[in-house]
Design a protein around this ligand. Structure first.
Ligand SMILES: Nc1ncnc2c1ncn2[C@@H]1O[C@H](COP(=O)(O)OP(=O)(O)OP(=O)(O)O)[C@@H](O)[C@H]1O
Ligand SMILES: [Mg+2]
Length: 329
């Protein structure tokens, strides 16, 4: 998407003025934020696919939302693809979420929670779930581009270390090639990933130091945030579905005890390649009365099994290993 035309009116606006009401704008007067402001300006000059990368609590999401808010105000058709499956902002945890931001009066954490598209991953961390994370991200970026978005902001998990972190970021960039990679670093921890970006992709790299104002959050705060995001999703009125054992991907083994599926998160697929929501399986008591609760009421043809159990109040009931559960490879 490198060289698309400017939208009319971009140049008339002072793009460095924080928008009222976003609640997340950096303070441009502070020297520490100069790099962030320059990065915003650069993105406005050459919008395209912008990939945000950084460790935990480095300011990626705040920057991404601020960028989206200012771009929308400037008339740039903008989307956020939230590929952070644990600390989700768009859509519930366990999914990649797409938000088409154009036309929104106020782009902020609260207003982007309802997704315009989802990709089901079924887990809260990328480890062991890289394939649906990467394919889901790429599919939603493609969807944003098909919707004529000129700026597509990809927010990612804070997992950047080791072979797993490198492979995950590399694979996302491989399948959804960015025009600009914005790196939020506290030291040299992003050097391997940025080295790969420079060597293997055509993306422009912008490196930012993380300012002191960017807070870290405790494990408990992260858990509470995630539970709230789940609970907010399931609060929107729950329907109870009766589930046939043939609808699952992967398929259940013969004679499988359906009670073992109790609490597992599932992705609800429309049979046309899109995820329309998530649900939680419920053991109905008798052997053949499996149920599912979800706020989604229609358009579902199949269910993808996830790898965690939760309650609809958002509480985690622990991970599930489907291979162990099915006693198969
Ligand atoms: N520009 C800013 N001005 C003030 N505070 C900020 C700014 N950017 C981030 N913060 C604060 O720093 C914390 C972390 O920011 P943020 O959630 O954007 O980081 P992240 O890299 O997306 O984290 P995560 O690892 O959870 O995805 C938040 O509490 C946020 O309010
Ligand atoms: Mg974030």
């Amino acid at each position: 998407m490198g060289g698309f035309l400017f939208c009319r009116g971009i140049k008339e606006k002072n793009l460095l003025d924080p928008l009222p009401g976003t609640g997340s704008s950096p303070q441009p007067n502070q020297h520490q934020w100069a790099g962030h402001e320059a990065a915003l300006e650069r993105v406005f000059a050459v919008p395209g696919v912008v990939f945000l990368v950084g460790g935990m609590d480095t300011g990626k999401t705040t920057f991404g939302i601020d960028l989206a808010a200012r771009a929308v105000a400037a008339g740039i058709p903008t989307a956020i693809v939230d590929a952070d499956i644990g600390q989700s902002t768009v859509g519930p945890p366990t999914t990649v979420g797409l938000k088409l931001c154009s036309g929104m009066g106020n782009v902020a954490r609260e207003s982007i929670r309802d997704a315009d598209g989802l990709g089901f991953v079924g887990a809260l961390t990328p480890a062991g779930h890289m394939l649906p994370l990467v394919t889901g991200t790429a599919k939603l970026v493609a969807r944003a581009m098909a919707a004529d978005c000129k700026l597509v902001i990809i927010d990612t998990t804070g997992s950047v270390s080791g072979v797993a972190g490198q492979l995950q970021k590399f694979s996302k960039m491989d399948l959804a090639p960015p025009d600009i990679v914005i790196a939020f670093s506290r030291g040299g921890e992003l050097e391997p990933i940025l080295g790969h970006t420079r060597r293997f992709t055509t993306a422009e790299v912008i490196e930012l130091e993380v300012p002191e104002a960017v807070d870290t959050r405790s494990v408990e705060e992260r858990t509470t945030y995630r539970e709230r995001q789940f609970a907010a999703y399931f609060q929107a009125g729950l329907s109870r579905w009766r589930i046939k054992p043939q609808v699952f991907m992967p398929s259940l083994p013969p004679e499988f005890d359906l009670a073992l599926l109790d609490g597992i998160v599932v992705g609800m697929e429309d049979g046309k390649g899109s995820c329309v929501g998530i649900g939680v399986l419920e053991n109905g008591g008798a052997r053949d009365t499996l149920k599912m609760v979800s706020p989604v009421t229609e358009g579902v043809k199949g269910l993808r099994l996830g790898s965690i159990r939760i309650s609809t109040n958002g509480r985690s009931r622990g991970p599930v290993n489907l291979r162990n559960l099915f006693q198969t490879e």
